[in-house]
Write a protein that binds this ligand. Structure first.
Ligand code: PLP
Length: 219
């Protein structure tokens, strides 16, 4: 079933859109089935969980970090991940920069936008994104590659549209500035229920979990 779900999604997605299999709580076997279906990027929310799966699956695929990164997990994260999608503070960026330098690596990152302006959510507020990005662009061992947003949890995919639209606008504004060290390549928006709307609004990375693996047990 998982393999077929991936195949169906890959057929549906436009050629410029990359699919990230959001794999939180899934077993290595389930992730392997998704890879058989054609998954080339796995998204993980927890470093510890990623480490366990990474040991078995390794570098056959790319790894994106899509959860909230705690500073004490950065050291492991820079070893495993090819893209950290959820950078949202100067402090975290400084830590990633330092530990990446030690690994002789430049860490690609996306800046997470709190497009719903929700107090309890992570991400930088839309109006603060540019200031943060300018600060981060001075760090030599991280490379800003675009933006990511979750948007408020909504039942109706259509309700997510304004948040995706606003994030795309920020993306375009920043890209137009042509800042040195920035390469605005990825706009990561949309999950199982909202990816079609997200793609219409300009997403080129979509993070899909339940539509690939089935509903999660505990949410
Ligand atoms: C779980 C998760 C997803 C995927 O959610 P689904 O609704 O299962 O598709 C996407 N992005 C992030 C950051 C997630 O934590």
């Amino acid at each position: 079933m998982i393999k077929e779900n991936v195949e169906k999604l890959l057929q549906e997605l436009p050629a410029n859109v990359q699919l990230v299999a959001a794999a939180k709580t899934r077993t290595t076997e389930e992730i392997e089935q998704a890879i058989e279906g054609g998954i080339e990027i796995v998204g993980e929310n927890y470093v510890q969980e990623a480490e366990r799966v990474f040991k078995i699956i390794g570098k056959r695929i790319s790894w994106h970090f899509i959860g909230h990164l705690q500073r004490n997990k950065v050291k492991k994260a820079v070893k495993i991940f090819d893209l950290i999608e959820t950078l949202d503070s100067k402090d975290l960026a400084t830590e990633i920069n330092q530990l990446s330098a030690r690994e002789n690596k430049t860490m690609p990152v996306l800046v997470e936008i709190n497009s719903g302006r929700e107090k309890q959510k992570f991400g930088v507020m839309p109006e603060e994104a540019l200031k943060l990005i300018k600060e981060l662009s001075e760090l030599k061992n991280i490379k800003i590659m675009g933006l990511m947003t979750m948007g408020p949890a909504t039942g109706e995919p259509e309700e997510a549209r304004p948040y995706f639209k606003e994030t795309k606008k920020i993306f375009d504004n920043i890209a137009a500035l042509d800042l040195t060290g920035l390469e605005m390549s990825y706009l990561s928006m949309g999950m199982s229920n909202s990816y079609r709307v997200a793609i219409e609004e300009g997403a080129n990375l979509v993070r899909i979990g339940s539509k690939i693996f089935g509903e999660r047990q505990n949410d």
